[in-house]
Design a binder for this molecule. Structure first.
Ligand SMILES: [Fe+2]
Length: 132
């Protein structure tokens, strides 16, 4: 998996100064899927860019910027970088399926800081638009 993307990973790490890279994956039969889905389902931000490259499957990032909300469905071969400090939430759906390479600048940079609002609950939850 890493081998196939090695050149792209190395380029991103060099360009953006990432300190670590790992792979997150989940399958629809994961017994902890409901708990894992809930983790980032409410509005939060991070103190570094949230950078993900989707190798397979999909998920929905929703960005809350000013008085606008942007839904971004990420599917295979999509690279997303949610800027540092941008309020957002992420839904993997109720039958989650994805493999994503994650890029980190700080060891604890991806920790979610929750805003405590209920805005995320006012929008439809994620239903994948295509088979993954
Ligand atoms: Fe996040």
């Amino acid at each position: 998996m890493f081998a196939a993307y090695r050149a792209d990973i190395d380029r991103l790490v060099a360009e953006r100064g990432f300190k670590s890279v790992d792979v997150a994956s989940i399958a629809p039969d994961n017994p902890n899927r409901a708990e894992l889905r809930k983790k980032f389902l409410d509005e939060h931000f991070h103190k570094e860019d949230e950078v993900r490259f989707f190798v397979a499957g999909s998920g929905l990032f929703t960005l809350h910027v000013g008085d606008k909300v942007y839904e971004i469905e990420c599917v295979k071969d999509d690279l997303i970088a949610v800027p540092d400090g941008t309020t957002h939430w992420f839904d993997m759906g109720d039958e989650p399926s994805f493999v994503a390479i994650r890029f980190f600048t700080e060891p604890d940079g991806w920790v979610g800081h929750f805003t405590g609002t209920d805005i995320a609950q006012k929008f439809p939850r994620y239903v994948p638009t295509q088979a993954s």
